[in-house]
Ligand binder design. Structure first.
Ligand code: PMV
Length: 313
């Protein structure tokens, strides 16, 4: 018997970094997915296969002995097969570029938890999410859980540290053109840089946090009204704040300029320092925006909001 599940990636639309200081952020799931197929095997082993890996591991090892990138898969497999007298084979297929802030690891955790649980019993999204967050903590101890939540439920979501998640019920009709800088970044290092900026520029940073908070309220209003042009203004403003706190660089600025030529606005998504930017478009400027990136030799693709979240096949 096989059990199969898929989960979407995500982008942070607004509020990255400021969310660390208690400001609201807005995330959405995107229609690029990770699919995981799980299967019981006779031999009591954990087999993990993806484009990058094809490994056979012994169960019940300490997680610290496991290759970093395999930890969530190993953690979930090992936990769920405890006392089941079985081995497990999982296979991962991804449409999401890895490690560039598009939620590939969260989508892996959510789809794996669902596929593996599905081999043994009926499950719920709540249970899948709980296990997925535990699994994500094996690679990012301080995860807020926001990414796994949006990958599980899909759609758009507000998140802040105090009040946690709130689903936004509107269904705005935009396309995001995502361009990848192909610069690897460490979220932890970029977050530490912002902390330093905040400590060295207390008044300015506090003003920026207030401004970001106001901007998020406007964004929520425009999302509800499906006002894509209005949202574009917010995208541009949010990028200015990200520039000020020092998470941009020449390559990202260049890409944002390209993205901004025909779209309503472009900004970094996620930690910055590298990773991806997005340009906000609708049917009227989607093609031109993609063409502009491609003409300038940037790797890009377009996504829409995914409203389905986790799917169990
Ligand atoms: O690069 P990502 O998608 O993992 O985003 C990091 C988001 C930050 O706000 C910079 C950090 C955080 O923990 O919220």
């Amino acid at each position: 018997m096989k059990s199969k599940a898929s989960a979407p990636g995500k982008v942070i639309l607004f509020g990255e970094h400021f969310v660390v200081y208690g400001i609201k952020s807005i995330l959405c799931a995107i229609n690029k997915r990770i699919t995981v197929t799980a299967e019981k095997i006779d031999e009591e082993k954990i087999c993990i296969k993806s484009e990058m890996y094809d490994v056979v591991l012994e169960p019940n090892k300490s997680i610290s002995e496991i290759d970093f990138k395999l930890r969530p898969f190993y953690y979930l497999s090992n936990k769920i097969i405890q006392n089941q007298n079985t081995g497990i084979k999982i296979e991962i297929e991804s449409e999401i570029p890895l490690g560039v802030g598009l939620g590939s690891s969260s989508a892996c955790c959510v789809a794996s938890a669902a596929a593996i649980l599905g081999l043994f019993s009926e499950t719920s999204k709540e249970r899948v999410l709980e296990l997925a967050i535990e699994a994500e903590k094996t690679i990012f101890q301080n995860t807020s859980g926001a990414d796994c939540t949006v990958c599980t439920y899909g759609g758009i979501m507000e998140y802040d540290k105090k009040n946690k998640f709130k689903k936004i019920e509107s269904e705005p009709n935009f396309h995001l053109v995502i361009a990848n800088s192909n610069i690897k970044h460490s979220t932890e290092l970029v977050v530490a840089g912002v902390k330093r900026f905040g400590e060295e520029n207390r008044d300015e940073f506090s003003k920026l946090c207030n401004n970001e908070s106001k901007l998020i309220e406007d964004a929520l209003k425009f999302l509800k009204e499906n006002n894509i042009k209005g949202l574009g203004e917010i995208v541009i403003q949010n990028q200015k704040y990200l520039e000020t706190i020092g998470v941009s660089n020449d390559k990202l600025r260049e890409m944002i300029q390209v993205g901004q030529k025909f779209s309503f606005g472009a900004k970094i998504t996620g930690a910055g320092g590298g990773g991806c930017i997005f340009a906000l478009t609708d049917e009227s400027n989607l093609k031109q925006t993609i063409k502009e990136f491609k003409d300038k030799n940037y790797e890009c693709f377009s996504v829409k909001i995914d409203f389905r979240g986790l799917i169990l096949f």
